[in-house]
Design a binder for this molecule. Structure first.
Ligand code: PGA
Length: 250
């Protein structure tokens, strides 16, 4: 069956030394936790050192290029991540889509490249406020899922893809989707996966909720049938807060 996961996306926060300190502390705080996979995505600059103190915390990158190497100034490749011992990579985050022009097509290339290099993809989808207000949530989520997963096989998705549903209006705004709103979209994603693949894929794929997940609201969100944990921004920057969120995924 699918796993429960608590993943922290640090975005452009924390220096290398701060990152090492927080991940070390988090490791101590969750030493006794079993049954929840804990992932932290620090900035690229901290990956190499954080991997060394990660212990039971799995390490993710926040982005990558799809090529292995070449003239792509400022980019980081899957083989560079793999060489550091990074296991996961977040792809298609709404901030990448909004500020860096990432399209479904480009995200699809990145997911294919991650899987080809044995990196697990945390693939993000989600609607903007205006989409929700116009009743377009399901259309947008469907477009993201179908575009991002095009050409990805059943075996690949089952082994190496996690989906993050992150309504853009809830990211960093303090506005969380209610557990019911989130559950509705998660159930929709599972239905889509059944149509695109089959019931086995739908039942086994971990779908995380992201958007202002906090210690106080995480339990209610994670208790929903189709919500398999969280992708957490702001509240993952403090080891204490994030360790509470991890325990709420138990
Ligand atoms: P937030 O960010 O928890 O700060 O809202 C979530 C995310 O962008 O993954």
């Amino acid at each position: 069956m699918r796993k429960m996961i608590a993943a922290g996306n640090w975005k452009m926060n924390k220096t290398n030394s701060e990152a090492v300190e927080i991940v070390s502390k988090l490791n101590e705080l969750i030493a006794d936790v079993k049954g929840v996979e804990v992932i932290i995505a620090p900035p690229f600059t901290a990956l190499s050192d954080v991997v060394k103190v990660a212990g039971k915390v799995k390490i993710a990158a926040q982005n990558m290029h799809w090529e292995e190497k070449g003239a792509f100034t400022g980019e980081i490749s899957p083989i560079m991540l793999k060489n550091l011992g990074v296991e996961y990579v977040i792809l298609g985050h709404s901030e990448r889509r909004a500020y860096f022009g990432e399209t479904n097509e480009l995200i699809n290339k990145k997911i294919k490249s991650a899987l080809a290099h044995d990196l697990k993809a945390i693939f993000c989808v989600g609607e903007k406020l205006e989409d929700r207000e116009r009743g377009n949530t399901e259309n947008v989520v469907e477009d993201h899922i179908k575009g991002g997963l095009e050409g990805i096989t059943k075996e690949e998705i089952m082994a190496n893809v996690i989906i993050g549903y992150e309504p853009v209006w809830a990211i960093g705004t303090g506005k969380t989707a209610t557990p019911e709103q989130a559950e509705e979209v998660h159930a929709f994603v599972r239905k889509l996966l059944t149509e695109m693949y089959d019931a086995e894929v739908a039942g086994n794929t971990t779908i995380l909720y992201g958007g202002s997940v906090k210690p106080a609201n995480s339990k209610a969100l994670f208790s929903k049938e189709n919500i398999d944990g969280g992708l957490v921004g702001g509240a993952s920057l403090k080891a204490d807060d994030f360790s509470i969120i991890v325990r709420n995924a138990l």
